[in-house]
Design a protein around this ligand. Structure first.
Ligand SMILES: *[C@@H]1O[C@H](CO)[C@@H](O)[C@H](O)[C@H]1NC(C)=O
Ligand SMILES: *[C@@H]1O[C@H](CO)[C@@H](O)[C@H](O)[C@H]1NC(C)=O
Ligand SMILES: *[C@@H]1O[C@H](CO)[C@@H](O)[C@H](O)[C@H]1NC(C)=O
Length: 546
C-alpha cells in the first residue's frame, strides 16, 4: 500500500474533468434553446420531444407553399443536432456559435423526411411507463437496488419497431414490479457502444448486465421478468393459517391474502367467478409492488375448502387483515387499493417538528432521525409513499405542510422549492433529496444521508465556519436542475464516508445565488477546496461512465 493521499482518492473517485453547464447565456435572436422552446437545463429527451413537435409542423414537406421553409428548418435542425450532442452542447453553452466553427456545419443542412420524424423518432418518448435513459442518468439509475430491463434500440431498425408495441405493453404490465428502460442508440451512440450493444434491439438486464435472448413476445418477457423478482408469496392453507398470521416475525407488516378457487376448475363454477381470480403471476407481481411494506399470501380454496368456508370466502376475493375486502381485476389495481389502505403519513405540527429537531441536536437516543416530506397547498403525496415508513423503520417518516407555517419553511429555504423531502440527522444537520420521489428512491437517499454527513450550506454556515480555517472543506456548488450535479452528490457521500478529516458541503446555487456569484461560480457543478480559509483548488466535475 502506498501512502494515503486523500486528495488522490477524491480525484480517482470523482474523475473530475470538464465543465458541465455554463451559466452565462448567449443572447442572440437565433438562440438554439429559444429556437426549440426549451430551458437551458433540458434533458436529451426534452430536447428530442421539443424538436419532434416542431419538426412535425414546420417540416418543408408539410409547408410546400412556404419558400423559406427549408431555410427555417435547417436552423431548427442545426439547433437540435448541436444540443442533443453533449460535447457540442458544452461548446455552444460556453462560446456560442463561435465554438462550433470547427464542427461539421455542412452536415446539419441535411435532414430527414417528415415521415421519418413522425414514425422513427424516439420510440418511447411519450410512454410514461418506459423510462428513457441517457448518458447522464444511465449509471445512476440501473446500478441501484432495482432490477432493470433496458431496450437499446435504433429508430432505424425494423425489428425495433416491431418490438415497440410489445415493449410498451410489457412496461405497463411490469409497472412497479421491475423497472423498464429504453436507450435511443441513434442519439446516445457512445453509451450503447460502451454497454457492449452490437445489434438492435438489445435487451439487457441490470445491474447484472445479462443479455435477454429469449423470444420477444409479451408472455416470455413477463415470465423472464417475474423470475427475477425477489418478493415472496406465502402459501397459506388450513394447517398453517393461524401460525403464519400470528408469527411474531411477520407482525411488522399487514397482510393481503388472495383466496382463490379458480386454478382448479370445479363443475358448476361460472366463468364470471373464475375471471376474478388472481393467478400465481399476478400474486407475485402484487408481492413485488408491495415488497417490504405488506406481506402477500394466497389460499387455494379447493385444497383448503374448510378454511375458506369458515372465513366465508366463496369467490375469488382478496382480504387484507383485519377486515377489508377487495374485489379486483388486476394486480396493479389491487396494489393501488392496498396502498390506499395503509396508514397515511403523520402530519407534524410546527411544535412537534421543532421539538424533534432539538432532540436530534441534543442527540437524544429516543429521537429517531426524521424523513420529512414538505408540501404546500392541497397537493398530497402519492399513496405509494405510504410504503416508506416500512422501508426505513429505523427512521421516523412524516409530512409537514408549509402552508400552515411558512416561517419554518422559509428558515430551511424551502419556499418556492416544494415539495421537497428532507432528512434530519442526529446532531441537528439536515439534507435535501433531489432525485426521483418513489418510496424506494427516498429510502435510499435517507440511508445514504444517515451514513455520511454532507453539510447543506446556506448563509448561516457559509462563509463561516467553512472559511475559518479550522477544517479542510470541499464544497460542491450545484444546481438541482443539472443532471451531472445530481450524479455527483451520491459520489460525495461515498467519499465523505471514507475521508474523516475533510468536511463536505453543498451549496444549491438556485437558492443561494449571492453565495455562488460571490464565489464566481460559472459552471455546475464546481468544487472548491477551502484550506486555511483560502480556496486552493477549483474543479469542475464530470462523472464518467463505468
Ligand atoms: C436578447 O436580445 C434581444 C435583442 O437583441 C433583447 O430584446 C432581449 O431582451 C435579450 N434577452 C436577454 C435575455 O438578454
Ligand atoms: C395545508 O394547509 C393548508 C392551509 O391550512 C390547507 O388548505 C391544505 O389543504 C393543507 N394541505 C394538505 C395536503 O393537507
Ligand atoms: C493545506 O494547507 C496546509 C498548510 O498550508 C498544507 O500543508 C496542506 O498540504 C494543504 N492541503 C491541501 C490538501 O492542499
Amino acid at each position: 500500500m502506498g501512502s494515503y493521499n486523500p486528495f488522490r482518492l477524491i480525484l480517482v473517485s470523482l474523475l473530475c474533468l470538464m465543465i458541465a453547464v455554463v451559466l452565462s447565456t448567449v443572447n442572440s435572436s437565433e438562440d438554439f434553446y429559444e429556437l426549440l422552446g426549451i430551458e437551458r437545463d433540458a434533458t436529451t429527451k426534452d430536447i428530442r420531444r421539443a424538436f419532434k413537435k416542431i419538426a412535425l409542423s414546420e417540416h418543408p414537406d408539410k409547408n410546400p407553399d412556404d419558400p423559406k421553409a427549408h431555410e427555417k428548418f435547417v436552423k431548427i435542425n442545426r439547433a437540435y443536432e448541436v444540443l442533443k450532442d453533449d460535447d457540442l452542447r458544452k461548446k455552444y453553452d460556453r462560446f456560442g456559435e463561435e465554438g462550433l466553427k470547427e464542427d461539421g456545419q455542412g452536415q446539419w443542412n441535411r435532414y430527414e423526411s417528415w415521415q421519418f420524424y413522425k414514425t422513427e423518432f424516439g420510440l418511447y418518448d411519450e410512454d410514461p411507463e418506459v423510462v428513457t435513459l441517457s448518458k447522464t442518468d444511465f449509471e445512476q439509475s440501473v446500478f441501484g437496488e432495482d432490477i432493470w430491463l433496458v431496450n437499446f434500440y435504433s429508430p432505424r431498425c425494423h425489428h425495433c419497431h416491431d418490438l415497440a408495441p410489445t415493449w410498451r405493453e410489457f412496461a405497463k404490465e411490469m409497472e412497479g414490479v421491475i423497472r423498464i428502460g429504453a436507450v435511443n442508440c441513434w442519439d446516445d451512440r457512445p453509451l450503447c457502444t460502451q454497454q457492449g450493444v452490437q445489434r438492435f434491439p438489445s435487451l439487457i438486464q441490470y445491474p447484472s448486465r445479462e443479455h435477454y435472448n429469449g423470444a420477444r413476445n409479451l408472455k416470455d418477457l413477463v415470465r423472464h421478468a417475474l423470475r427475477q423478482v425477489k418478493a415472496t408469496v406465502h402459501s397459506i392453507w388450513t394447517g398453517n393459517f393461524k401460525a403464519v398470521l400470528l408469527d411474531p416475525e411477520k407482525k411488522d407488516q399487514p397482510w393481503v391474502i388472495s383466496y382463490c378457487t379458480a386454478e382448479k376448475e370445479r363443475e358448476g363454477d361460472s366463468v364470471g367467478e373464475r375471471l376474478g381470480c388472481l393467478d400465481s403471476d399476478d400474486t407475485l407481481k402484487l408481492a413485488a409492488i408491495l415488497n417490504k411494506a405488506v406481506h402477500v399470501g394466497s389460499v387455494d380454496c379447493i385444497a383448503s375448502k374448510s378454511l375458506c368456508e369458515k372465513l366465508k370466502m366463496k369467490r375469488a376475493l382478496l382480504c387484507t387483515t383485519p377486515q377489508e375486502m377487495l374485489e379486483f381485476d388486476e394486480s396493479k389495481q389491487i396494489a393501488k387499493e392496498v396502498l390506499r389502505l395503509l396508514p397515511a403519513l403523520t402530519t407534524l405540527t410546527t411544535e412537534q417538528l421543532q421539538l424533534a429537531r432539538e432532540n436530534l441536536k441534543k442527540k437524544d437516543p429516543a429521537q429517531r432521525p426524521l424523513v420529512v416530506y414538505f408540501i404546500t397547498g392541497s397537493s398530497e403525496p402519492d399513496n405509494e409513499l405510504r410504503k416508506l415508513p416500512k422501508l426505513v423503520p429505523q427512521f421516523k417518516v412524516a409530512l409537514f405542510n408549509c402552508s400552515t407555517d411558512a416561517t419554518l419553511c422559509d428558515q430551511l429555504y424551502l419556499t418556492n422549492h416544494l415539495p421537497k423531502v428532507t432528512f434530519f440527522r442526529v446532531g441537528g444537520e439536515h439534507e435535501f433529496h433531489h432525485g426521483r420521489s418513489f418510496a424506494a428512491d427516498i429510502a435510499a437517499f435517507a440511508r445514504e444521508s444517515f451514513q455520511s454527513l454532507v453539510h447543506v450550506l446556506d448563509p448561516s454556515s457559509f462563509p463561516s465556519p467553512v472559511t475559518d480555517g479550522q477544517n479542510i472543506w470541499l464544497v460542491d456548488f450545484f444546481s438541482p436542475h443539472c443532471s451531472s450535479c445530481l450524479q455527483l452528490i451520491p459520489e460525495l457521500h461515498k467519499v465523505a464516508k471514507q475521508l474523516g478529516d475533510v468536511e463536505f458541503g453543498t451549496v444549491d446555487c438556485t437558492i443561494h445565488k449571492e453565495i455562488c456569484s460571490q464565489q464566481q461560480i460559472r459552471s455546475y457543478p464546481t468544487m472548491i477546496l477551502f484550506n486555511n480559509s483560502k480556496p486552493t483548488i477549483q474543479w469542475a466535475i464530470c462523472i464518467h461512465l463505468r
